[in-house]
Design a protein. Structure first.
Length: 78
């Protein structure tokens, strides 16, 4: 595979994971807040769990994007 194409794919995947992760994070926060407002512990916990899933996915996307940046820098330094 062409290295530049691989970097673009990885950077694109990283950005996609960041966006999807942020969406999950917001969805989970809202669900958790609704659980708090309705005094529903189950919804609160499900919401907070989804919020954490989103944070993890977002961080994973940032790592993917950073890896593709590092790969480009390594090739330039050679």
């Amino acid at each position: 595979m062409d290295d530049r194409k691989h970097d673009r794919d990885m950077a694109q995947d990283g950005l996609e994971n960041q966006v999807k992760g942020k969406a999950k994070e917001v969805e989970g926060k809202v669900r958790g807040d609704i659980g708090d407002a309705t005094d529903n512990a189950s919804e609160h916990l499900k919401g907070r769990a989804k919020e954490m899933q989103g944070k993890v996915q977002k961080k994973f996307g940032e790592a993917e994007e950073n890896l593709s940046d590092d790969d480009r820098e390594d090739r330039v330094d050679r």
